[in-house]
Design a protein around this ligand. Structure first.
Ligand SMILES: N[C@@H](CCC(=O)N[C@@H](CS)C(=O)NCC(=O)O)C(=O)O
Length: 218
């Protein structure tokens, strides 16, 4: 097998890219990172060279191309089973909340776009946004309460679920979302993680600014 490739967008802005990247980083396997800054001149043409959807992330392993973050996560979890809990009931919960993250929280996504390096941003709250934030904290509480003794990630050890929620942690941090104690503790685990710190440092050094997602400035 050749070295796998991961096509990603801007580290500062591309939340779906972060999910796939974090899983590969945690596996500690060699992979080639191909970065295409989103909304730069000709970026769509470049994306379509790798992906039939013209979106990132894309994972390429020899002849195999996998697009969509959840499909990449599930594929890697098949290859490396420690990426999901070993207990089948916990695995079902892990898959439920990963799928929920992938298919929901539209208010959070549109009102609080991921902007890793931004600080002290404030956006106006709405009922939908509050509901999204509360639901996410309820998920984290359920997972942490069941797995507290096993470790500090949602299911004890790191799993694909933590990758799915990592961009939310950056969002809560950027927009100063007030969290309960369990969520605050979990956010510390994520923000203090060495791979997350590497991603964050790289995001700070990116020159591109995507105006339409620079929200929450006073
Ligand atoms: N459901 C897809 C979403 C992928 C997606 O929307 N990626 C964004 C970046 S975070 C993208 O490629 N945007 C470029 C564009 O829409 O032109 C996944 O989970 O991978």
């Amino acid at each position: 097998m050749g070295i796998p490739k991961l096509v990603i967008g801007n580290k500062n802005y591309s939340s779906w890219s972060l999910r796939a990247w974090l899983i590969l980083a945690k596996l500690d396997i060699k992979f080639e990172e191909i970065q295409i800054p989103l909304f730069s001149e000709g970026y769509q043409e470049k994306l379509f060279r790798y992906s039939p959807t013209g979106k990132v992330p894309v994972y390429i392993e020899d002849e195999l191309t996998i697009w969509d973050s959840l499909a990449i996560a599930e594929y890697l979890a098949e290859r490396y089973p420690t990426l999901l809990p070993s207990d089948f009931k916990q695995r079902a919960l892990a898959r439920s909340v990963s799928a929920e993250m992938h298919s929901s929280f539209f208010s959070l996504r549109s009102k609080m776009p991921m902007n890793c390096r931004a600080k002290d941003r404030h956006v106006e709250s709405t009922e939908e946004l509050t509901n999204d934030i509360q639901r996410i904290q309820a998920i984290w509480t359920t997972c942490r309460n069941q797995n507290r003794k096993a470790g500090s990630w949602l299911f004890g050890d790191f799993t694909i679920v933590d990758a799915m929620f990592a961009p939310v942690v950056f969002r809560f941090n950027t927009y100063g979302v007030e969290c309960d104690s369990i969520a605050t503790e979990y956010m510390k685990t994520v923000l203090n993680d060495s791979d997350i710190k590497r991603w964050y440092e790289a995001s700070k050094n990116e020159p591109e600014i995507i105006e339409q997602v620079e929200v929450g400035l006073n």
